[in-house]
Design a protein around this ligand. Structure first.
Ligand SMILES: Nc1ncnc2c1ncn2[C@@H]1O[C@H](COP(=O)(O)OP(=O)(O)OP(=O)(O)O)[C@@H](O)[C@H]1O
Ligand SMILES: [Mg+2]
Length: 204
């Protein structure tokens, strides 16, 4: 079972291709790193793989199926700025439980405290907010996770703790994990293999 890009291409400005003929496979249980210079199209590639944007050429297939509109998305994304991914008018508990009811074990693993539940996003720290976004993305229906510069805003100790837990969960649940980062050392430490958007265009 895997998340597959078949010859995908994307542009924002007509015919000005950001990437083209990209072939890529993320298998369940695998951790793959995506590297590349700023502006090369990593976040755009992530959004196409997560079905937030439709490819202009080619297609993305999840476990042999195209994406189904209106149902829970099996590919979930976690962003660099959690505050942009949360509704500022919702208390944290509402965002946390929007798609499923996380059990106590997973809340404990990410150190989420009950006293944060009733707060609004502006009333907790960036690192605390990011933990909510991670748990929220880990619904039972999630099969693949894409982390786009997920820990760039966090200190080294918090970063290490969060990655350790997330990778453990991905291995336990057999989830495919794509880690996008410009920090090559971080990718080297966490990933089974590392690719750049450019490399994928040559065809894998
Ligand atoms: N909505 C948009 N409309 C037009 N151009 C866009 C849009 N979003 C991104 N771009 C452009 O597409 C290119 C790739 O952007 P993208 O965010 O995918 O890069 P990135 O590799 O993630 O960069 P970074 O490492 O800085 O996050 C950039 O030149 C950017 O300016
Ligand atoms: Mg980006």
């Amino acid at each position: 079972m895997s998340l597959i890009a078949e010859n995908i291409g994307f542009w924002y400005e007509k015919n000005n291709w950001l990437f083209q003929n990209v072939n890529f496979e993320l298998k369940r249980g695998e951790v793959v790193g995506i590297s590349g210079y700023s502006g090369c199209g990593k976040s755009t590639f992530a959004k196409v793989m997560a079905n937030y944007l439709s490819p202009i050429a080619g297609r993305v297939v999840v476990d042999n199926k195209a994406f189904v509109k209106g149902s829970y998305q099996p590919v979930q994304m976690i962003y660099q700025h959690p505050e942009k991914a949360l509704n500022p008018k919702w208390r944290m508990y509402r965002s946390l439980t929007e798609s499923y009811q996380p059990d106590q074990e997973i809340l404990d693993r990410f150190g989420i405290r009950e006293e944060w539940y009733h707060r609004y996003p502006v009333e907790i720290s960036g690192g605390e907010m990011q933990r909510f976004c991670i748990v929220r993305a880990l619904a039972p229906e999630t099969k693949f996770l894409i982390a786009d510069e997920m820990t760039t805003m966090l200190d080294a100790v918090t970063q290490a703790k969060i990655w350790k837990e997330l990778i453990k969960i991905c291995r336990e649940r057999n989830l495919g994990l794509m880690i996008i980062s410009h920090e090559t050392e971080l990718l080297a430490k966490l990933c089974d293999r590392i690719l750049s958007v450019q490399e994928m265009q040559c065809g894998v």
